[in-house]
Design a protein around this ligand. Structure first.
Ligand SMILES: [Fe+2]
Length: 498
């Protein structure tokens, strides 16, 4: 395997027994390019033509306090597949905080679990004391990859092909951008939100295909909230106000402790894509917390939203994990008990109806991207090892029949969030692949794996050797080369017209 290694980054991280700095969460500090990955098993399907990007919380320096897995620095792992061949590269996201810590040679910011004042530089995020890492999410909009942080920060831009840094997006408002902006591939618009500790506590915006902020309005909330994701349909954007948020009294003392507020409903804000605050339609639902939505669409008078309902948004601490007992529970799906769920909002009557779609504990799901914003039938969720934020398998849900396929990875092997890639020319919704990175604790190696989305029980149908063992992480995206070519043509035409 031909490997180009880049100059090493400075790291001050010391060996530890931290549960999220060891094993499959051991940070990787090497950046490489591999022009062609070696096939271990099977063959790369010829009808895959695009790029898989995955963001990783990959800690570089010795934490100032108690490390939380969401504190890590952003590293993007990329597999570029075309013509039955695949290349690989990985890069840190060169955020301003990453660069400042490279110059300092040490951590300058504390993390989510640290007391106020731990950071030695002014902090960022809705929290206000964090490092702006960009390490939560990765999406591609109009030919640019954006790495974003769940606590709101800048939108860090990269070339999706070369992973070269393009700096921070110029249109990001003062309160930043949350993770999970949503792209309408048909119109080229990107919808986003942010949240903060000051009124109106949330904003919503639209960026057009030319990369200009064309809409930005307040979504007034009763106080600081902790939304994580949003959804879109062709006409509506869906924001949320859930009863898990920072305890107000503790917040007055700069203590950021999330608490489930008993008796407070879940609220959804449905705003027309270019709506004003007075156009918001509010819907109430049973109390819960939801990290991720899988899809939303319109059917007659109804707007339908699917995602992962949590039965226990404030989970019991995992006492056996000692000083990390709360953190371990809050990142453990089996503790907060997330299940696939559907909400139906009736625009005419204002009523909400809810239904559970599966009894399985799952999260981090994907749909066929060609069915985004339209009625979809299949969801590919991940399962996790109980007690841990580690993906150990998949469930393919058929939400029409209730049928479920299950695939469990071998013991000690963990997946990444796994986008669904529609097969070129596919007519069935489930005709395509899942692509993922695997971390094998038994061998100390990593792979890129491809599964048949219509029959995940077969396991990987193609396995590619990666040049190093990567660190576990969170979000990912798949972008077709056709989409990147269309975006490049749009930019060229816009430039010529200017
Ligand atoms: Fe997320």
């Amino acid at each position: 395997m031909q490997i180009t290694r880049h100059p090493p980054v400075k790291t001050s991280l010391e060996p530890s027994n931290h549960p999220y700095l060891t094993g499959p969460w051991t940070p990787l500090h090497e950046e490489v390019d591999v022009p062609e990955l070696r096939v271990i098993e099977g063959a790369i399907p010829a009808d895959i033509d695009g790029i898989y990007l995955r963001n990783t919380e990959n800690q570089v320096h010795q934490p100032l306090g108690r490390h939380h897995p969401f504190d890590g620095d952003a590293m993007i792992h990329q597999v570029n597949i075309s013509g039955g061949k695949a290349s690989y590269r990985n890069r840190f996201v060169r955020t301003h905080c990453f660069e400042a810590e490279q110059i300092a040679g040490r951590s300058l910011w504390g993390g989510l679990m640290d007391p106020w004042g731990t950071s030695v530089r002014p902090g960022f995020g809705a929290h206000g004391g964090l490092k702006d890492t960009g390490s939560t999410d990765i999406i591609v909009h109009a030919g640019t990859a954006y790495a974003t942080l769940y606590q709101c920060g800048e939108a860090w831009m990269l070339d999706p092909v070369t992973l070269a840094s393009r700096g921070k997006a110029p249109w990001v408002p003062l309160d930043g951008i949350s993770a999970h902006p949503k792209v309408d591939e048909g119109t080229g618009e990107m919808m986003f939100f942010n949240y903060s500790k000051h009124a109106p506590f949330m904003h919503y915006g639209v960026v057009d295909r030319a990369g200009a902020l064309v809409h930005y309005v307040p979504i007034p909330l009763p106080g600081p909230r902790l939304p994580h994701d949003m959804a879109i349909t062709p006409n509506w954007s869906i924001l949320n106000d859930m009863p898990l948020y920072w305890d107000e009294e503790l917040l007055g003392r700069n203590i950021h402790a999330a608490r489930l507020h008993e008796g407070v409903p879940t609220r959804f804000a449905l705003i027309p894509r270019y709506g004003q605050p007075q156009d918001i339609r509010w819907f109430e639902a049973a109390p819960t917390y939801v990290l991720h939505w899988t899809n939303a669409w319109e059917e007659g008078d109804e707007v339908i939203l699917e995602g992962y309902h949590q039965a226990k948004p404030m989970p019991d601490p995992l006492e056996e994990m000692g000083r990390y007992s709360h953190m371990m529970a809050y990142v453990d799906e089996h503790s907060f008990q997330s299940r696939l769920h559907r909400w139906r909002f009736n625009i005419t009557t204002g009523e909400t109806r809810e239904e559970r779609l599966s009894e399985r504990i799952v999260e981090f799901g994907m749909i066929n991207p060609k069915f985004a914003m339209h009625k979809s039938r299949y969801v590919w969720s991940t399962t996790t090892r109980p007690g841990w934020f580690l993906f150990n398998g998949y469930v393919r849900h058929d939400t029409e029949t209730g049928e479920e396929q299950v695939y469990r990875l071998p013991e000690g092997v963990y997946a990444s969030e796994s986008p669904m890639i529609p097969r070129t020319g596919a007519t069935n919704e489930d005709d395509g692949y899942l692509v993922t990175f695997l971390i094998d604790e038994n061998t100390g190696t990593s792979e890129c794996a491809i599964l048949d989305a219509s029959d995940i029980t077969k396991g990987p149908i193609c396995r590619l050797a990666l040049p190093h063992k990567i660190c576990s992480g969170t979000h990912s995206v798949w972008v077709e080369h056709d989409q990147l070519r269309a975006d490049a043509a749009f930019r060229a035409k816009a430039f010529a017209a200017a």
